[in-house]
Design a binder for this molecule. Structure first.
Ligand SMILES: C[S@@+](CC[C@H](N)C(=O)[O-])C[C@H]1O[C@@H](n2cnc3c(N)ncnc32)[C@H](O)[C@@H]1O
Length: 251
């Protein structure tokens, strides 16, 4: 069983979730991996954009154009209602980029917290091959997911999997998200070891695959100071244990 992203209540719960750990230890590393601070890339693909929070940050902060796609009508509706932006083209897709994005047409691509939602490894591999097809040669790709090696650890806003339980390839894995002022949002992910991502990237033709696992203790003191300005006071295991994993690869 997987999370039903066609359910508007699940989509709203995810949209209401305060994603500060993800911003600091996940998306930030994705933005660095894609070198968004440079004049290039100009056009990015956000595959599985959800409610558009990440695309909106990329457009607003870095001034990049994005094609933001998702299979959930409810998510695309939230994105268009709350995060319409002249640089973002939100598109509802049916699980493939075929007929939506042309070959060798985007400068960079990201897939954030999407593959953990897919229980069929063949489908994940198909998406990675499609991303390879649409990237320009030399374009960077970043995949961000919850870390399969830190299941059961309580982080400040979520727990991914049950403590003490061993998960195997593709197993369903319960995630508990703390949503401000609401009951915990329970999602059902799938467990994919890091080797699956590496193999799928290599099989698609990606090279220079790097695996990044940031923790708070790796941040510079000035960076930590600017985080406390964002209002985070109660960090938990994020200091030493990486809640997320980022794969960076080049076409
Ligand atoms: C946890 S949300 C993440 C949204 C966004 N990337 C973010 O980081 O805020 C997962 C999203 O993946 C989408 N998704 C799941 N399977 C997909 C697929 N096969 N193709 C495209 N999107 C998919 C869901 O509809 C949902 O919007």
């Amino acid at each position: 069983m997987s999370t039903s992203w066609s359910d508007p209540a699940v989509c709203k719960g995810f949209d209401d979730y305060e994603d500060l750990p993800e911003q600091i230890l996940g998306y930030r590393t994705v933005f660095q991996a894609l070198q968004l601070g440079r004049p290039e890339p100009l056009l990015l693909l956000d595959y599985g954009c959800g409610p558009g929070k990440v695309s909106e940050r990329v457009a607003g902060t870095f001034g990049k154009r994005l094609i933001a796609v998702d299979t959930s009508r409810a998510m695309i509706e939230i994105a268009r209602a709350k995060r319409l932006h002249p640089l973002i083209d939100y598109r509802l897709i049916d699980g493939t980029l075929a007929g939506v994005v042309e070959d060798n047409s985007v400068d960079g691509a990201m897939t954030c917290y999407v593959f953990i939602n897919i229980g069929d490894e063949k489908h994940i591999r198909h998406i990675i091959r499609e991303v390879y097809r649409v990237l320009k040669p030399g374009g960077a790709y970043a995949i961000l997911d919850t870390n399969p090696d830190t299941t059961g650890v309580q982080f400040s806003t979520f727990r991914n999997g049950e403590p003490g339980r061993q998960y195997r390839h593709g197993d369903p894995r319960e995630v508990l998200l703390n949503v401000p002022g609401q009951p915990e949002l329970v999602l059902m992910d799938h467990h994919w070891p890091k080797a699956m991502y590496r193999d799928a990237l290599a099989e698609a033709g990606f090279r220079h695959v790097e695996v990044l696992e940031p923790t708070l203790s790796q941040l510079a003191p000035q960076e930590l100071q600017s985080l406390s300005a964002k209002g985070v006071t109660e960090w938990r295991n994020e200091w030493k244990t990486p809640p997320f994993v980022i794969f960076r690869a080049l076409k």
